[in-house]
Design a protein around this ligand. Structure first.
Ligand SMILES: [Zn+2]
Length: 427
């Protein structure tokens, strides 16, 4: 059993609200358009906490610094008069990359996926299992029909698989605390960028270990069953996802009570944009359990910029076509960092010559995530999704286009977040 440090209780810790949306803004030009979607939800009575997130990987590819994300978020909040909370997420950081973010961020996604399945100290594993006899045997959790049945060997195996990752998260957490202080940021632990999903019984063991490690996480990002490819719909067994998502919510509610984790602890769905086929399941589960959720939607924003430029026509459409041509030419290099989170069927990508002959309607139809439109092409969408380096290389030309066609981009950014994400999930 682990308690909050008393300093955390007395200093009014930063606490994230029930529903929050991770929003990416690779080129730091759309913060106002994104915030407008949260304002539209607020007008309808639902508070969605905006969390601007940009990973170290994205900063490296673009050549930007976290201070630019902070400046853009603060400016948007000021311009639109947003008085509710908002956060800046140092997305997917580890001990080696956190320092760049530590000054400006107040939400940290501590990514320990690389440490999963690395051997933990056998004595630490034994100590964990000895400390947690409640995890062995038949575990009945409120809301789950079939109890979990585990043996000591099962718990040992799971602890051996995850303990080093949790200990690493503890190191990163304590490092951030040493700079910012306890309760001055929202900690998340992510384990999503790995091959195998974590089952609900594994999640319970992981949460017990996180509590032992003393990390007061407010969000946790497991890898769920199925494919969460970037910018496109969920691929997998929706019924199984719904069962596991419900079970995970029950596991979290139980772990909050049993292990004294923060009461607002909630699931974080990474690569959560555009997963339209599971939104009804998520929505039902949240309502059933009265639970909150954090949904990260980072890359969908950049796609909306491309759609806005293409829709504007003229030089905007020219730039959108150039982005496709360059992304097509450098496909291998662009896809490499995202190999585990994209599935591009290259035989279904049109040639550059063909795309260069397209009208605005054809380009927008191919890229916009409207599965009812026969022009929609999920392969193009994923390629452009990972192709933001091409726009970064265009430098001022791309950024100037974002200014020239600001209204076209903003209309698509706000509409995408509000109509296709916030509405089906939360309204
Ligand atoms: Zn992630």
């Amino acid at each position: 059993m682990w308690d909050f440090p008393s300093t955390l209780m007395s200093s009014q810790p930063l606490v994230i609200g029930k529903f929050s949306l991770g929003m990416g803004d690779r080129f730091a030009h759309e913060a106002e358009a994104q915030l407008a979607a949260c304002i539209a939800a607020q007008k309808l009575g639902v508070e969605i906490v905006p969390v601007w997130n940009k990973s170290n990987r994205e900063h490296n590819i673009i050549g930007s610094e976290p201070t630019s994300t902070r400046a853009a978020a603060d400016a948007a909040v000021k311009a639109l008069g947003w008085t509710a909370p908002y956060f800046l997420d140092a997305d997917h950081i580890g001990l080696k990359t956190v320092d760049r973010f530590v000054g400006v961020s107040d939400f940290f996604t501590i990514d320990v996926a690389d440490f999963i399945a690395q051997p933990a100290d056998p004595a630490a594993v034994k100590g964990f299992v000895d400390r947690h006899p409640e995890l062995v045997g038949t575990i009945t959790l409120a809301g789950i029909d079939r109890p979990f049945t585990t043996t000591r060997a099962d718990v040992e195996r799971t602890a051996a698989k995850f303990l080093l990752a949790v200990q690493e998260a503890g190191k990163v957490y304590r490092h951030i605390v040493s700079v910012k202080g306890v309760g001055r940021f929202v900690p998340e632990i992510s384990m999503d960028e790995t091959d195998n999903p974590q089952t609900p019984p594994e999640l319970l063991i992981i949460l017990a270990a996180i509590a032992d490690e003393g990390v007061p996480i407010q969000t946790i990002a497991p890898k769920f069953t199925g494919r969460f490819n970037k910018g496109v719909d969920y691929v997998g067994d929706v019924a199984q996802f719904e069962r596991e998502f419900n079970d995970d919510l029950c596991v979290i509610a139980h772990a909050v009570k049993q292990y004294g984790l923060p009461a607002n602890l909630k699931l974080s769905v990474h690569s959560g944009s555009d997963k339209f086929s599971i939104y009804p399941a998520i929505r039902r589960a949240l309502a059933k359990h009265g639970a909150g959720v954090h949904v990260k939607t980072a890359g969908t924003n950049w796609l909306e910029e491309c759609i806005g430029l293409a829709e504007a026509g003229g030089e905007g459409l020219v730039i959108a076509k150039e982005i496709y041509a360059e992304a097509h030419a450098h496909m291998d290099e662009l896809c490499l960092p995202y190999a585990t989170v994209i599935d591009i069927d290259r035989s279904k990508l049109p040639s550059v010559t063909e795309v260069n002959g397209w009208t605005s309607v054809q380009y927008v139809g191919a890229l916009r995530h409207d599965q009812k439109n026969p022009l929609y092409n999920a392969n193009i969408r994923q390629l452009i999704h990972v192709g933001f380096k091409v726009a970064a290389k265009m430098g001022p030309r791309y950024l100037n286009a974002l200014k020239t066609y600001r209204a076209d981009c903003a209309r698509n950014v706000t509409g995408n977040l509000f109509d296709r994400h916030i509405k089906p999930l939360f309204l």
